[in-house]
Design a protein around this ligand. Structure first.
Ligand SMILES: [Cu+2]
Length: 306
């Protein structure tokens, strides 16, 4: 009777889990990402695998612990006969299992984490592309040091323009971070990676460079400041625009060419528009939009008029 009840509870829990997953319309891949975005770099995939492994390992341990807890509560309640259930203190096998098993699990988690972290943090002697990331309250400037055109190319975000960091797919990219004022954080969710951007990284003893092996697909990916850095922190967005290597090389060249209308070298938006490759080359950010700087002013003038 009791066994049947327990079996039924297990079946209902299993059924509820299946319904929860299938009713949400999630694919198997989405389910095992456990809420993480789909990464676009090999390192992102590695980190996602680590995350999936850790969550599944935690769930296995959790289900065993919850199952034992429920089993104990239901089947070993205090009964009227006053008899104690079987006692297990000083049981060497139980104690060995409860010490050795968690130690093995923690060592495994630690080892796997170190392997992934080392790969994510590894330096590359000769990256294909170098990018400078300069953060300031409350925007970003991106530079392309040692680029093949030999010219100074930089993209500066303003209150009205989201800066677009154009990058190539299928090439290794080294990012060097620097801040002009306070601590910011460079975060691209699709890279599954963020790193604090310190002023004076050397003095602060910070490793301010990181490398991604490659971006695996073309597209627009939002980037954000992930460190509360002042009043307009939430407006400190940018966009990574990943283009094929061929388009990227043309983009860099276009950035050095003088725009016949403005008389100065093409801006990021103008160079993207000149590439003429549809939405991928949209001259403005498509994943985020600039902060509406006028709204405070408008609010103030309404207050003045009333
Ligand atoms: Cu910031």
């Amino acid at each position: 009777m009791r066994g049947t009840r327990f079996g039924r509870a297990i079946k209902i829990a299993g059924l509820a889990a299946v319904v929860a997953v299938s009713a949400s319309g999630c694919s198997f891949q989405e389910v095992i990402r456990f809420g993480w975005p789909e990464g676009v770099t090999p390192q992102a995939t590695e980190m996602r695998h680590l995350w999936t492994t850790l969550v599944i390992a935690s769930l296995v341990v959790g289900v065993i612990v919850w199952g034992l807890t429920v089993w104990t509560v239901i089947f070993h309640r205090k009964r009227g006969d006053g008899e104690l259930p079987t006692q297990f203190q000083y049981s060497l096998p139980v104690e060995i299992v409860s010490v050795v098993l968690p130690t093995i699990i923690v060592a495994g988690i630690f080892g796997y984490t170190v392997l992934v972290q080392n790969d994510v943090d590894k330096a590359v002697a000769k990256p294909d592309v170098k990018v400078g990331v300069n953060a300031f309250q409350w925007n970003w400037e991106f530079t392309y040091p040692e680029n093949p055109t030999g010219r100074d190319i930089r993209t500066l975000g303003t209150s009205g323009t989201i800066p677009i960091l154009v990058l190539p797919t299928d090439r290794s990219i080294e990012f060097t971070l620097d801040s002009k004022d306070v601590i910011h954080s460079f975060f691209v969710p699709e890279f599954l990676f963020k790193r604090d951007v310190f002023p004076d990284p050397e003095k602060n003893n910070q490793d301010n460079t990181f490398v991604i092996d490659k971006i695996e697909k073309q597209g627009a990916f939002v980037g954000r400041c992930a460190e509360l850095c002042g009043s307009y922190h939430s407006a400190m967005n940018f966009e990574v625009r990943a283009l094929s290597p061929d388009l990227y090389d043309r983009y860099l060249k276009l950035r050095t060419q003088t725009n016949p209308i403005t008389g100065v070298p093409n801006s990021a938006g103008e160079a993207l528009a000149a590439l003429n490759c549809g939405e991928l080359c949209a001259p403005q950010a498509i994943t985020t939009y600039p902060f509406h700087t006028e709204r405070t002013q408008r609010g103030a003038s309404v207050r003045t008029n009333s």
